[in-house]
Design a protein around this ligand. Structure first.
Ligand code: PHE
Length: 462
């Protein structure tokens, strides 16, 4: 059967942007930035996007376009020896990411509904009495606790997965491309409105200060955690290290200039993440919430509180959470597509069935994260600190040192005159990219080990 193709160039770019822009930009980026010291982290992160994000996304694109295959098939076709199995690492990572990603996405649906039905101040108000009896716990935090885990969380996780399964099951043109053509412009338009709103808040200047003026002392003292966090976030936000971009590039034609497309994709993703920071930090400082405190829930707790307080907060909050849900959807689609393209190409499963089967298993795994947030952290830290970096590292080492000729040749297609850029790119991958990846992986593993021996083992004891 002829492989399906994107209908338009824009369709491919929007799909890649839709994959890149998601909870990583809106939920993860502000909370990690808060945790890692604000502007100092932002600086390292932006640097990483440029020096490793760009070379790494091109790597996935050339592999996908050359082989026309899913990530598992692609690596089997290109490699001999142990590198043949890199694709399986990607598929496993996809399973793990989507399992908890969908739980968080479920929260965004729930928070959108709160805006529509009760409004944030009423919903939080219901917990006021309980919170009054507790020290240091706000009503908004109690509301979050109630939503984040348990039956409700599982129901919204199920709803979200059902939508993802359906869209991926419809295929590239009828499902994914159509969906992102509606979703990505909506995300951009609404984000712009939110920035203007955040600018009017009392805490705006304090928020900008935290976000935009770096304290270099923080980089010097905390680099062992800033470095892997920035590298992990760079990969997470660009959907790298697990084959999404390999898969999406396998549906494009040879006339595309991959370098140009990459610049557009990375530029848009970074712009949206950056702009979201301009919304979130003013909102958090206005509500008196310290960024980075409260971990995975910080964004939901802080924002719900802020939307409950400010005038027009109900409408803005509803719109905000709705955008986040759409962003999450266009990313989740790309993750499931990796697993589904593997099942369709390699195992010969029919598309809708593959989507339902893989999505169903991912849903089951996600129930763990919806059961307790420590488990969500357990998966998130594993993906971000270890698996994505590992996937990217293996691919970079393999292509950079063993398959660079084909990679440069493929990069040159659709480009008028590549000049020496191909060689420069490969050397970027061979040395600087690999060094950053190895260091990040080691630090990421150590960080994860710390989590396992502290928070996680404490949790197991209960
Ligand atoms: N890039 C997505 C986001 O920022 C998450 C993602 C990671 C998607 C890995 C695909 C692969 O939300």
């Amino acid at each position: 059967m002829e492989r399906e193709r994107w209908a338009t160039r824009l369709g491919f770019i929007l799909a890649a942007v839709g994959s890149a822009v998601g909870l990583g930009n809106i939920w993860r980026f502000p909370y990690i930035t808060g945790q890692e010291g604000g502007a100092a982290f932002l600086l390292v992160y932006l640097l990483f996007i440029l020096i490793i994000g760009l070379p790494a996304i091109l790597l996935e694109f050339v592999v996908g376009r050359r082989t026309d295959r899913n990530p598992v098939g692609a690596l089997k076709q290109l490699a001999t020896g142990p590198f043949r199995y890199i694709g399986y690492v990607f598929v496993v990572t996809g399973f793990v990411i989507l399992s908890y990603y969908s739980v968080v996405a479920g929260w965004t649906i729930r928070y959108t509904l709160i805006g529509i039905t009760d409004g944030y101040s009423n919903a939080i108000g219901e917990y006021e009495a309980d919170a009054a009896g507790l020290e240091d716990v706000s009503a908004a935090a109690l509301l979050f606790d109630n939503i984040a885990t348990g039956t409700e969380a599982m129901i919204f996780h199920a709803i979200f997965m059902a939508i993802v399964i359906f869209i991926v099951g419809l295929g590239i043109r009828r499902g994914i491309e159509l969906a992102v053509k509606l979703m990505v412009p909506a995300i951009i338009a609404i984000t712009a409105v939110l920035v203007a709103y955040a600018y009017t808040l009392d805490g705006a200047s304090e928020g900008y200060e935290f976000y935009l003026s770096p304290d270099f002392g923080v980089i010097a003292s905390d680099w062992t955690s800033i470095l892997p966090a920035a590298a992990g976030q760079a990969f997470f936000t660009l959907s790298l290290g697990m084959g999404v971009m390999i898969t999406y590039a396998s549906y494009i034609g040879e006339d595309r200039n991959l370098a140009k497309d990459s610049a557009a994709i990375i530029g848009l993703d970074t712009l949206i993440a950056f702009i979201i920071g301009l919304v979130i930090f003013p909102v958090l400082f206005t509500a008196g919430v310290t960024p980075g405190e409260g971990g995975v829930g910080a964004l939901f707790i802080g924002l719900a509180e802020a939307f409950a307080d400010v005038s027009g907060g109900r409408i803005l909050g509803t719109i905000f959470f709705f955008v986040v849900a759409i962003g999450a959807l266009s990313s989740a689609i790309s993750i499931l597509e990796v697993v589904v393209s593997y099942a369709v190409d390699e195992l010969g499963v029919e598309r809708m069935r593959a989507s339902a089967g893989a999505g169903g298993l991912i849903f089951l795994l996600g129930l763990l994260s919806a059961y307790d947030l420590v488990l969500l952290d357990f998966f998130d830290l594993l993906v971000d600190g270890v698996l994505l970096v590992l996937g990217a590292l293996l691919l970079a080492a393999f292509i950079g040192w063993q398959q660079s000729d084909f990679a440069i040749d493929e990069l040159g297609k659709g480009v008028k005159d590549l000049g020496d850029w191909g060689t420069t790119w490969i050397w970027m991958i061979r040395i600087p990219v690999l060094i950053v990846l190895v260091v990040s992986l080691v630090l990421g593993i150590l960080d994860y080990w710390e989590f396992l021996t502290e928070d996680f083992s404490a949790w197991l004891d209960i």
